[in-house]
Design a protein around this ligand. Structure first.
Ligand code: ATR
Length: 287
């Protein structure tokens, strides 16, 4: 029941037609009995100043930000969490007494999916991350903070991998090695890593026949993770499963970034299993 006491949580971005966050967060509000409503607000960056001052005057307790605003939102905030500052982008904002504080829950969402769904221990693992875009930044920075042994970042555009590694090595710990995304180069490093993560969009719907890595480079004892969740099982994950690898779909990261955001806005733990179920159900019906 929506009434005068209903607290609002926004989703800012453009376009928002494909976002599953409203479905997932409103389910969590309903199951926890909180009088809150998660509301998509399609907005391009240029609208932010007016929009944010309006939100401060309304019942908003926070919001998510997605493409294209994750970086530009920072200039409008009163405070930023240290990890979000290092990552350089914000996907979650808390509004408290008219003050806006920014967080980035993407990396944490990936790490909590990884550690809750597999036996991976971050500080005992060496990672290879494919890609060097925004998602890779969040994941690699979070892994470095969590004492990952080594993080190899392999990207099509080598200079982007090099710049990101230099940044992480400088601001967190000296643990990153940049590589070019080629089969020959990756082959040399595969024996030294035990977790492979795809953060590129190779394999994303509708290009489901594409894969970022030659399956001949995979081996049975590798943990293979994709951050793509549409399709739920990408070609890379299907080939890894055929070899016998433990695999992790991007659904877990999506759900857990939302779980972390929910905790920031409300201070309570949401029903993770039910949040995942509703997202999974939606995607399965679509496929
Ligand atoms: P996100 O925020 O989801 O990480 P992004 O910042 O646009 O998205 O980053 C996408 C990443 O996927 C980039 O690292 C990109 O490589 P480049 O830096 O060379 O552009 C990578 N990527 C996308 N399409 C690719 C393709 N067809 N082959 C190789 N890498 C690709």
């Amino acid at each position: 029941m929506i009434d005068v006491k209903t607290k609002l949580v926004g989703l800012l971005g453009y376009p928002l037609g494909h976002s599953l966050s409203p479905l997932m967060q409103n389910k969590a509000f309903k199951l926890t009995g909180l009088n809150c409503l998660y509301l998509p607000i399609e907005a391009e960056n240029k609208d932010y100043s007016e929009l944010l001052s309006g939100m401060k005057k309304m019942n908003f307790i926070g919001f998510n930000v997605t493409i294209p605003g994750k970086i530009d939102i920072i200039q409008h905030l009163d405070a930023i969490h240290p990890l979000a500052e290092k990552i350089g982008s914000v996907n979650t904002v808390q509004i408290e007494n008219g003050r806006m504080t920014g967080y980035n829950t993407d990396g944490e969402g990936f790490v909590s999916s990884l550690t809750s769904e597999t036996r991976c221990v971050i500080s005992e693992s060496s990672f290879m991350v494919l890609g060097a875009g925004g998602a890779c930044r969040a994941i690699a920075m979070t892994l470095a903070e969590r004492e990952a042994k080594k993080i190899v970042i392999a990207n099509r555009t080598f200079i982007k991998a090099k710049a990101l590694c230099d940044e992480i090595n400088g601001c967190i710990r000296d643990c990153c090695i940049p590589l070019a995304l080629s089969t020959e180069v990756l082959a040399q490093y595969m024996p030294y890593i035990n977790v492979l993560i795809n953060t590129t969009n190779i394999g994303l719907f509708p290009n489901v026949d594409n894969t970022p890595i030659d399956h001949k480079l995979l081996r049975k004892d590798l943990l293979v993770a994709d951050i793509i969740y549409n399709p739920i099982r990408t070609r890379m994950l299907i080939e890894a499963e055929e070899i016998g690898c433990v695999t992790l779909s991007g659904i877990g990261m999506f759900v857990n970034q939302g779980v972390e955001a929910f905790k920031i806005w409300t201070g309570i733990d949401p029903p993770v299993r039910e949040m995942r179920e509703i997202v999974e159900q939606f995607l399965l019906n679509k496929q």
